[in-house]
Write a protein that binds this ligand. Structure first.
Ligand SMILES: *Cc1c(COP(=O)(O)O)cnc(C)c1O
Length: 404
């Protein structure tokens, strides 16, 4: 007998079955990645609303409100462009719309996602230069300035919140250097937007791209872009890299009508609108502060257990906490232990930090209690792996941090 589609879906798509016949079956699944992030229940429910005509009044109202609520999150008065896309698709789109064959870009190489941006630029056919900096540190502003005066760059490319290192770029300072040159400043804020302050207009960022599944706490699937007045004449050039689906010219034309050129992820847009309403109800400033406090609570607890923060001080991220694991322990073992024993899903690294770090997101449906639980789990796993942690040290430090 062929199985009905519904049966297959039920067996394969529920989180419960991920546990299979494992003895820890029934544990709650705890998504604590730097993205995708845990989606609050009311946002998930909004994605289950009936699908509406994407060129009808209901969707136009949705898109109108979503844009209005996103603009303050971006810190912009620009139109917001919506795509069905992951974050990487938007990185590619930002370059396909601004570059011509042979043009040069300057990538501020602060980590893995900056490296990805450079790879995309190369794949498209741009000439790519980089400003190198040690991971966890900030690219040297004087070097950026020198490089900009020494060559004809079409764009400077930066990552707002580098999820591989847990560090935040000094965008206001970079923007001040790029503003009066012909170059555009293109920024990946996939894991920043909604968790780390972004002031696109004030800082002179020409293109900000982002996505739904990080601090905007929606399921993956919506890509976002905001394009400055300085950038539009560049985007409008005929002889750009090949583009069709990603063409910002089509997207902005359709946006006048609160439509997208092609079918948007209607259900996800319902979720995004719900999430944005929550963000504004709480107050954008409070939302950013909440991420800061949650990250610092986790940092206080981790440090009390002997974990070293990868990016220190004012560059440390609000949304992604990166710890170096103690000597003799592999980051991968910590990731596996948290999953096997607690169904807590954190990230390791698949780059030059492989084995050395664990990366934990504090975005999405996370509160103080979530962090305390994470720390208790982390402690048990570290102890099991032979790292001598005083009982309750992490949780005590986290509690102490909040009460301080
Ligand atoms: C998650 C992330 C991306 C995009 O990843 P996708 O898997 O394509 O959504 C890009 N940049 C940064 C900094 C990210 O954290």
């Amino acid at each position: 007998m062929p199985r009905r589609a519904g049966q297959v879906a039920k067996q394969q798509n529920t989180v419960d079955t991920v546990t299979g016949s494992d003895p820890s079956e029934g544990l709650e699944y705890r998504l604590r990645l730097p993205g995708p992030t845990a989606v609050p229940r009311h946002v998930a429910q909004a994605t289950a609303m009936p699908v509406v005509n994407h060129r009808g009044p209901e969707f136009r109202a949705l898109m109108t409100e979503a844009e209005a609520l996103l603009q303050p999150v971006f810190g912009t008065k620009n139109r917001i462009l919506f795509f069905a896309s992951s974050g990487t698709g938007m990185m590619e789109a930002s370059l396909a719309n601004t570059l011509q064959v042979g043009e040069r870009v300057l990538v501020l190489n602060s980590g893995q996602f900056a490296e990805r941006f450079a790879e995309i630029a190369k794949a498209l056919g741009a000439r790519v230069d980089t400003v190198e900096c040690p991971w966890g540190e900030s690219p040297d502003l004087a070097e950026i300035k020198t490089r900009l005066s020494g060559a004809d760059y079409r764009a400077v490319i930066a990552v707002h919140n580098e999820s591989s290192t847990g560090s935040v770029a000094e965008l206001a300072a970079v923007g001040a250097l790029v503003r009066d040159t012909p170059a555009l400043l293109i920024v990946d804020s996939v894991s920043g937007l909604g968790g780390v302050e972004m002031q696109q207009d004030a800082w002179g960022v020409d293109i900000v791209i982002s996505a739904s599944h990080k601090a905007l706490m929606c399921p993956p699937g919506i890509g976002l872009a905001s394009v400055s007045e300085k950038a539009w004449p560049i985007v409008m050039r005929e002889a750009s890299f090949p583009r069709f689906y990603w063409d910002f010219r089509k997207a902005v034309k359709n946006s006048e009508n609160f439509e997208t050129p092609f079918t948007p992820p209607v259900s996800l847009m319902n979720g995004l609108l719900t999430s944005l309403r929550s963000i504004h109800e709480e107050g954008l400033k409070n939302v950013l502060t909440r991420h800061r406090v949650l990250a610092d609570t986790l940092i206080a607890g981790g440090e009390a257990m002997g974990l070293k923060l990868f990016t220190h001080g004012r560059l440390r991220s609000n949304t992604v906490v990166v710890f170096e694991v103690p000597e003799g322990i592999s980051g991968g073992d910590v990731v596996r232990g948290l999953y096997d024993d607690y169904r807590t899903v954190v990230a390791g690294a698949r780059n030059r930090l492989s084995g050395r770090v664990v990366r934990i997101g504090v975005m999405g449906d996370v509160d103080h209690e979530t962090i305390l639980t994470d720390l208790a789990h982390l402690e048990a796993v570290l102890r099991k792996l032979g790292h001598n942690v005083p009982v309750g040290a992490g949780v005590a430090a986290a509690q102490g941090y909040r009460d301080a």
